[in-house]
Design a protein around this ligand. Structure first.
Ligand SMILES: NC(=O)c1ccc[n+]([C@@H]2O[C@H](COP(=O)([O-])OP(=O)(O)OC[C@H]3O[C@@H](n4cnc5c(N)ncnc54)[C@H](O)[C@@H]3O)[C@@H](O)[C@H]2O)c1
Length: 323
Protein backbone atom coordinates (compact mmCIF):
# COMPACT_ATOMS: atom_id res chain seq x y z
CA UNK A 1 0.00 0.00 0.00
CA UNK A 2 1.21 3.52 -0.80
CA UNK A 3 1.95 5.95 2.01
CA UNK A 4 -0.77 8.53 2.66
CA UNK A 5 -0.52 12.09 1.39
CA UNK A 6 -0.67 14.88 3.97
CA UNK A 7 -2.65 18.00 3.03
CA UNK A 8 -2.25 20.90 5.44
CA UNK A 9 -5.16 23.30 4.99
CA UNK A 10 -7.14 20.39 3.52
CA UNK A 11 -10.49 21.78 4.70
CA UNK A 12 -9.96 25.02 2.79
CA UNK A 13 -11.16 25.97 -0.65
CA UNK A 14 -8.34 24.48 -2.75
CA UNK A 15 -7.43 21.89 -0.11
CA UNK A 16 -10.86 20.27 0.00
CA UNK A 17 -10.96 19.88 -3.78
CA UNK A 18 -7.46 18.44 -3.66
CA UNK A 19 -8.47 15.95 -0.98
CA UNK A 20 -11.45 14.80 -3.06
CA UNK A 21 -9.23 14.43 -6.10
CA UNK A 22 -6.56 12.44 -4.26
CA UNK A 23 -9.17 10.08 -2.81
CA UNK A 24 -10.76 9.65 -6.24
CA UNK A 25 -7.31 8.75 -7.58
CA UNK A 26 -7.06 5.98 -4.97
CA UNK A 27 -4.70 7.73 -2.53
CA UNK A 28 -4.99 7.73 1.26
CA UNK A 29 -5.10 11.24 2.70
CA UNK A 30 -4.42 12.91 6.04
CA UNK A 31 -5.85 16.42 6.54
CA UNK A 32 -4.42 18.80 9.10
CA UNK A 33 -6.53 21.95 9.42
CA UNK A 34 -7.53 24.35 12.21
CA UNK A 35 -10.70 25.44 10.35
CA UNK A 36 -9.70 29.10 10.74
CA UNK A 37 -10.67 30.09 7.19
CA UNK A 38 -11.57 26.58 6.05
CA UNK A 39 -14.61 24.59 7.07
CA UNK A 40 -15.06 20.94 7.96
CA UNK A 41 -18.24 21.05 5.88
CA UNK A 42 -16.03 21.42 2.77
CA UNK A 43 -15.09 17.76 3.29
CA UNK A 44 -18.67 16.60 3.80
CA UNK A 45 -18.75 14.61 0.55
CA UNK A 46 -15.74 12.50 1.57
CA UNK A 47 -15.80 12.53 5.35
CA UNK A 48 -16.18 8.99 6.66
CA UNK A 49 -14.19 7.41 3.83
CA UNK A 50 -11.79 4.76 5.08
CA UNK A 51 -8.79 6.31 3.30
CA UNK A 52 -9.33 9.79 4.84
CA UNK A 53 -8.12 10.92 8.26
CA UNK A 54 -9.00 14.43 9.45
CA UNK A 55 -6.85 15.92 12.23
CA UNK A 56 -8.24 19.21 13.59
CA UNK A 57 -5.74 21.77 14.85
CA UNK A 58 -2.94 24.13 13.92
CA UNK A 59 -0.05 22.56 12.04
CA UNK A 60 2.43 23.95 14.59
CA UNK A 61 0.38 22.64 17.53
CA UNK A 62 0.52 19.01 16.35
CA UNK A 63 2.07 16.88 19.11
CA UNK A 64 4.40 14.95 16.78
CA UNK A 65 4.45 16.47 13.32
CA UNK A 66 7.75 14.78 12.43
CA UNK A 67 6.23 11.33 13.03
CA UNK A 68 3.09 12.24 11.09
CA UNK A 69 5.07 13.54 8.12
CA UNK A 70 7.45 10.55 8.22
CA UNK A 71 4.55 8.15 7.64
CA UNK A 72 3.47 10.14 4.54
CA UNK A 73 4.74 9.80 0.98
CA UNK A 74 4.16 13.45 0.07
CA UNK A 75 3.08 16.71 1.73
CA UNK A 76 0.94 19.42 0.17
CA UNK A 77 1.40 22.47 2.39
CA UNK A 78 -1.59 24.75 1.81
CA UNK A 79 -2.31 25.97 5.35
CA UNK A 80 -1.82 29.75 5.43
CA UNK A 81 -3.49 33.02 6.30
CA UNK A 82 -5.07 33.90 2.96
CA UNK A 83 -6.81 36.86 1.34
CA UNK A 84 -6.04 40.55 1.03
CA UNK A 85 -8.69 41.62 3.53
CA UNK A 86 -7.36 39.28 6.22
CA UNK A 87 -3.84 40.46 5.48
CA UNK A 88 -4.78 44.13 5.84
CA UNK A 89 -6.85 43.57 9.00
CA UNK A 90 -4.74 40.93 10.79
CA UNK A 91 -1.13 41.44 9.71
CA UNK A 92 0.46 39.72 12.74
CA UNK A 93 -1.65 36.60 12.30
CA UNK A 94 -0.91 36.58 8.56
CA UNK A 95 2.84 36.97 8.79
CA UNK A 96 3.30 34.66 11.77
CA UNK A 97 1.08 31.92 10.33
CA UNK A 98 2.73 31.95 6.95
CA UNK A 99 6.25 31.84 8.37
CA UNK A 100 5.76 29.55 11.39
CA UNK A 101 3.65 26.84 9.79
CA UNK A 102 5.92 26.53 6.75
CA UNK A 103 8.97 26.32 9.01
CA UNK A 104 7.59 23.42 11.04
CA UNK A 105 6.45 21.57 7.92
CA UNK A 106 9.90 21.88 6.31
CA UNK A 107 11.65 20.78 9.52
CA UNK A 108 9.42 17.71 9.73
CA UNK A 109 9.97 16.95 6.04
CA UNK A 110 13.72 17.22 6.55
CA UNK A 111 13.60 14.73 9.43
CA UNK A 112 11.63 12.22 7.34
CA UNK A 113 13.10 12.97 3.88
CA UNK A 114 9.57 13.49 2.54
CA UNK A 115 8.86 15.60 -0.58
CA UNK A 116 6.82 18.77 -0.07
CA UNK A 117 4.87 21.08 -2.36
CA UNK A 118 4.61 24.61 -0.94
CA UNK A 119 1.83 26.88 -2.21
CA UNK A 120 3.16 30.39 -2.68
CA UNK A 121 1.33 33.18 -4.48
CA UNK A 122 1.43 35.46 -7.50
CA UNK A 123 1.48 38.24 -4.88
CA UNK A 124 5.27 37.76 -4.69
CA UNK A 125 5.58 39.49 -8.08
CA UNK A 126 4.42 42.63 -6.26
CA UNK A 127 3.75 45.66 -8.44
CA UNK A 128 6.00 44.62 -11.29
CA UNK A 129 4.88 46.45 -14.46
CA UNK A 130 5.65 43.45 -16.68
CA UNK A 131 2.82 42.21 -18.90
CA UNK A 132 3.66 38.59 -18.08
CA UNK A 133 5.34 37.19 -14.97
CA UNK A 134 8.11 34.60 -15.30
CA UNK A 135 9.54 32.65 -12.39
CA UNK A 136 13.04 34.15 -12.74
CA UNK A 137 11.82 37.80 -12.81
CA UNK A 138 13.06 40.32 -10.27
CA UNK A 139 10.30 41.06 -7.76
CA UNK A 140 8.97 44.53 -6.90
CA UNK A 141 7.31 44.52 -3.50
CA UNK A 142 6.06 47.70 -1.79
CA UNK A 143 7.37 49.13 1.51
CA UNK A 144 6.54 47.65 4.95
CA UNK A 145 4.32 50.53 6.12
CA UNK A 146 1.79 49.38 3.50
CA UNK A 147 0.51 46.30 5.29
CA UNK A 148 -0.78 44.44 2.24
CA UNK A 149 2.78 43.64 1.14
CA UNK A 150 3.30 41.61 4.33
CA UNK A 151 1.47 38.70 2.69
CA UNK A 152 3.73 38.81 -0.39
CA UNK A 153 6.85 38.97 1.77
CA UNK A 154 5.73 36.12 4.04
CA UNK A 155 5.07 33.94 1.00
CA UNK A 156 8.39 34.94 -0.52
CA UNK A 157 10.20 34.00 2.70
CA UNK A 158 8.42 30.62 2.50
CA UNK A 159 9.96 30.21 -0.96
CA UNK A 160 13.46 31.14 0.22
CA UNK A 161 13.12 28.83 3.20
CA UNK A 162 11.86 25.92 1.09
CA UNK A 163 14.74 26.21 -1.37
CA UNK A 164 17.19 26.59 1.51
CA UNK A 165 15.88 23.35 3.05
CA UNK A 166 16.38 21.65 -0.29
CA UNK A 167 19.96 22.91 -0.64
CA UNK A 168 21.11 22.43 2.94
CA UNK A 169 19.02 19.51 4.18
CA UNK A 170 18.13 17.74 0.92
CA UNK A 171 14.34 18.15 1.29
CA UNK A 172 12.73 17.60 -2.13
CA UNK A 173 10.56 20.73 -2.46
CA UNK A 174 8.48 22.16 -5.26
CA UNK A 175 7.29 25.75 -4.92
CA UNK A 176 4.08 26.71 -6.69
CA UNK A 177 3.06 30.33 -7.29
CA UNK A 178 -0.70 30.16 -7.53
CA UNK A 179 -2.46 32.87 -9.51
CA UNK A 180 -6.14 33.65 -8.86
CA UNK A 181 -7.72 30.27 -8.28
CA UNK A 182 -11.50 30.19 -8.26
CA UNK A 183 -14.38 27.75 -8.09
CA UNK A 184 -17.06 26.33 -5.81
CA UNK A 185 -16.46 26.68 -2.04
CA UNK A 186 -14.27 29.76 -2.30
CA UNK A 187 -15.64 32.25 0.17
CA UNK A 188 -16.00 35.98 -0.45
CA UNK A 189 -15.60 36.62 3.29
CA UNK A 190 -11.91 37.40 3.05
CA UNK A 191 -12.08 39.71 0.04
CA UNK A 192 -12.00 37.22 -2.87
CA UNK A 193 -13.44 39.00 -5.87
CA UNK A 194 -15.32 36.35 -7.86
CA UNK A 195 -17.49 34.87 -5.11
CA UNK A 196 -18.30 38.43 -3.97
CA UNK A 197 -19.44 39.39 -7.48
CA UNK A 198 -21.43 36.20 -8.05
CA UNK A 199 -23.12 36.44 -4.65
CA UNK A 200 -24.11 40.05 -5.28
CA UNK A 201 -25.39 39.23 -8.79
CA UNK A 202 -27.50 36.32 -7.52
CA UNK A 203 -29.14 38.67 -4.99
CA UNK A 204 -29.44 41.56 -7.52
CA UNK A 205 -27.41 43.67 -5.08
CA UNK A 206 -24.71 46.16 -6.14
CA UNK A 207 -21.53 44.60 -7.52
CA UNK A 208 -18.76 46.61 -5.88
CA UNK A 209 -15.70 47.11 -8.09
CA UNK A 210 -12.58 48.38 -6.31
CA UNK A 211 -10.71 51.24 -7.99
CA UNK A 212 -11.59 52.03 -11.62
CA UNK A 213 -12.00 48.35 -12.56
CA UNK A 214 -9.25 48.60 -15.17
CA UNK A 215 -6.97 46.25 -13.22
CA UNK A 216 -6.83 42.80 -14.82
CA UNK A 217 -6.47 39.27 -13.49
CA UNK A 218 -6.42 35.73 -14.89
CA UNK A 219 -8.84 33.34 -13.21
CA UNK A 220 -8.16 29.63 -13.14
CA UNK A 221 -10.70 26.93 -12.30
CA UNK A 222 -9.67 25.00 -9.20
CA UNK A 223 -10.00 21.70 -11.12
CA UNK A 224 -7.39 22.93 -13.61
CA UNK A 225 -5.11 23.88 -10.73
CA UNK A 226 -5.43 20.34 -9.35
CA UNK A 227 -4.28 18.89 -12.68
CA UNK A 228 -1.18 21.05 -12.43
CA UNK A 229 -0.52 20.21 -8.77
CA UNK A 230 -0.83 16.47 -9.36
CA UNK A 231 1.41 16.78 -12.41
CA UNK A 232 4.09 18.49 -10.33
CA UNK A 233 3.73 16.08 -7.42
CA UNK A 234 4.22 13.07 -9.68
CA UNK A 235 7.36 14.38 -11.40
CA UNK A 236 10.50 14.28 -9.23
CA UNK A 237 12.20 16.48 -11.87
CA UNK A 238 10.17 19.41 -10.51
CA UNK A 239 11.91 19.33 -7.11
CA UNK A 240 13.84 22.52 -6.47
CA UNK A 241 11.72 24.41 -9.01
CA UNK A 242 9.51 27.47 -8.56
CA UNK A 243 6.55 27.18 -10.93
CA UNK A 244 3.64 29.47 -11.86
CA UNK A 245 0.25 27.77 -11.83
CA UNK A 246 -2.90 29.40 -13.16
CA UNK A 247 -4.66 30.52 -16.30
CA UNK A 248 -3.13 33.11 -18.65
CA UNK A 249 -6.30 34.67 -20.13
CA UNK A 250 -6.67 38.16 -18.58
CA UNK A 251 -9.90 40.03 -17.94
CA UNK A 252 -10.36 43.45 -16.31
CA UNK A 253 -12.31 43.50 -13.07
CA UNK A 254 -14.94 45.77 -14.62
CA UNK A 255 -15.38 43.32 -17.53
CA UNK A 256 -15.61 40.52 -14.99
CA UNK A 257 -18.40 42.33 -13.15
CA UNK A 258 -20.28 42.83 -16.42
CA UNK A 259 -19.72 39.23 -17.50
CA UNK A 260 -21.01 37.89 -14.17
CA UNK A 261 -24.05 40.13 -14.36
CA UNK A 262 -24.99 39.23 -17.94
CA UNK A 263 -24.27 35.50 -17.61
CA UNK A 264 -26.43 35.26 -14.49
CA UNK A 265 -29.19 37.50 -15.89
CA UNK A 266 -28.81 39.82 -12.93
CA UNK A 267 -30.08 43.39 -12.56
CA UNK A 268 -27.28 44.34 -10.10
CA UNK A 269 -25.90 47.86 -10.55
CA UNK A 270 -22.10 48.14 -10.72
CA UNK A 271 -20.62 50.51 -8.11
CA UNK A 272 -17.05 51.77 -7.91
CA UNK A 273 -15.40 51.83 -4.47
CA UNK A 274 -12.06 53.64 -3.99
CA UNK A 275 -9.32 51.35 -2.69
CA UNK A 276 -8.81 53.57 0.37
CA UNK A 277 -12.43 52.98 1.32
CA UNK A 278 -12.34 49.23 0.59
CA UNK A 279 -9.07 48.62 2.42
CA UNK A 280 -6.80 51.25 4.01
CA UNK A 281 -5.32 54.64 3.07
CA UNK A 282 -2.40 54.18 0.69
CA UNK A 283 -3.54 50.70 -0.41
CA UNK A 284 -1.62 49.61 -3.50
CA UNK A 285 -2.87 47.12 -6.04
CA UNK A 286 -1.20 45.37 -8.96
CA UNK A 287 -2.53 46.67 -12.22
CA UNK A 288 -2.10 43.43 -14.15
CA UNK A 289 -1.18 39.93 -13.14
CA UNK A 290 -0.66 37.36 -15.87
CA UNK A 291 1.50 34.27 -15.51
CA UNK A 292 3.86 32.81 -18.03
CA UNK A 293 2.88 29.15 -18.06
CA UNK A 294 5.78 28.08 -20.28
CA UNK A 295 7.70 26.43 -17.44
CA UNK A 296 4.68 24.56 -16.12
CA UNK A 297 3.83 23.33 -19.60
CA UNK A 298 7.40 22.22 -20.21
CA UNK A 299 7.51 20.34 -16.90
CA UNK A 300 4.05 18.78 -16.91
CA UNK A 301 2.34 19.37 -20.28
CA UNK A 302 -0.37 21.28 -18.37
CA UNK A 303 -2.71 23.74 -20.05
CA UNK A 304 -5.82 25.17 -18.38
CA UNK A 305 -8.95 23.71 -19.96
CA UNK A 306 -11.92 25.50 -18.36
CA UNK A 307 -13.04 28.95 -19.51
CA UNK A 308 -14.37 31.86 -17.47
CA UNK A 309 -18.05 31.20 -18.24
CA UNK A 310 -17.69 27.66 -16.89
CA UNK A 311 -16.06 29.08 -13.77
CA UNK A 312 -18.82 31.66 -13.20
CA UNK A 313 -21.56 29.05 -13.72
CA UNK A 314 -19.87 26.60 -11.31
CA UNK A 315 -19.45 29.27 -8.62
CA UNK A 316 -23.05 30.45 -9.09
CA UNK A 317 -24.39 26.88 -8.89
CA UNK A 318 -22.53 26.39 -5.62
CA UNK A 319 -23.55 29.71 -4.06
CA UNK A 320 -27.12 29.32 -5.30
CA UNK A 321 -27.32 25.86 -3.75
CA UNK A 322 -25.80 27.16 -0.51
CA UNK A 323 -28.59 29.77 -0.43
N1 LIG B 1 -7.06 30.86 -3.82
C1 LIG B 1 -6.13 31.52 -4.47
O1 LIG B 1 -6.39 32.19 -5.47
C2 LIG B 1 -4.68 31.47 -4.01
C3 LIG B 1 -3.75 32.28 -4.68
C4 LIG B 1 -2.44 32.25 -4.28
C5 LIG B 1 -2.03 31.39 -3.27
N2 LIG B 1 -2.94 30.61 -2.65
C6 LIG B 1 -2.45 29.71 -1.58
O2 LIG B 1 -3.10 28.45 -1.64
C7 LIG B 1 -3.27 27.91 -0.33
C8 LIG B 1 -4.74 27.54 -0.11
O3 LIG B 1 -5.54 28.70 -0.26
P1 LIG B 1 -7.14 28.67 -0.31
O4 LIG B 1 -7.55 29.66 -1.33
O5 LIG B 1 -7.64 27.28 -0.41
O6 LIG B 1 -7.47 29.33 1.10
P2 LIG B 1 -8.29 28.76 2.36
O7 LIG B 1 -8.29 29.85 3.36
O8 LIG B 1 -9.59 28.23 1.92
O9 LIG B 1 -7.36 27.55 2.83
C9 LIG B 1 -6.39 27.65 3.84
C10 LIG B 1 -6.69 26.53 4.83
O10 LIG B 1 -5.65 26.48 5.80
C11 LIG B 1 -6.25 26.36 7.09
N3 LIG B 1 -5.28 26.92 8.03
C12 LIG B 1 -4.89 28.21 8.15
N4 LIG B 1 -3.95 28.33 9.10
C13 LIG B 1 -3.75 27.08 9.58
C14 LIG B 1 -2.88 26.54 10.58
N5 LIG B 1 -2.03 27.32 11.24
N6 LIG B 1 -2.94 25.22 10.84
C15 LIG B 1 -3.80 24.41 10.15
N7 LIG B 1 -4.63 24.86 9.20
C16 LIG B 1 -4.58 26.18 8.93
C17 LIG B 1 -7.55 27.12 7.00
O11 LIG B 1 -8.49 26.74 7.97
C18 LIG B 1 -7.99 26.73 5.59
O12 LIG B 1 -8.72 25.53 5.60
C19 LIG B 1 -2.76 28.99 0.64
O13 LIG B 1 -1.43 28.69 1.00
C20 LIG B 1 -2.79 30.26 -0.21
O14 LIG B 1 -1.82 31.20 0.22
C21 LIG B 1 -4.26 30.63 -2.98
Amino acid sequence: MRNPILVTGGAGFIGSHLVERLLADGESVVVLDDFSTGDRANLRAVEGQRRLRILPGRVSDHSDLAALVAECGFVYHLAAAVGVELVVNSPIRTIETNLDETTVVLRAAAAGGVPVLITSSSEVYGKSPRSEFTETDDLLIGPPHLGRWGYACSKLMDEFLALAYMRERGVPVTVVRLFNTVGPRQTGRYGMVLPRFVQAALLNQPIRVHGDGGQSRCFCHVQDVLEALRGLEQRPTTRGEVVNVGNNQPITILDLAERVRSLLGSSSPIEFVPYEQAYAPGFEDMRHRRPSLAKLERLTGYRPARDLDTIIRDVAAHLGAAG
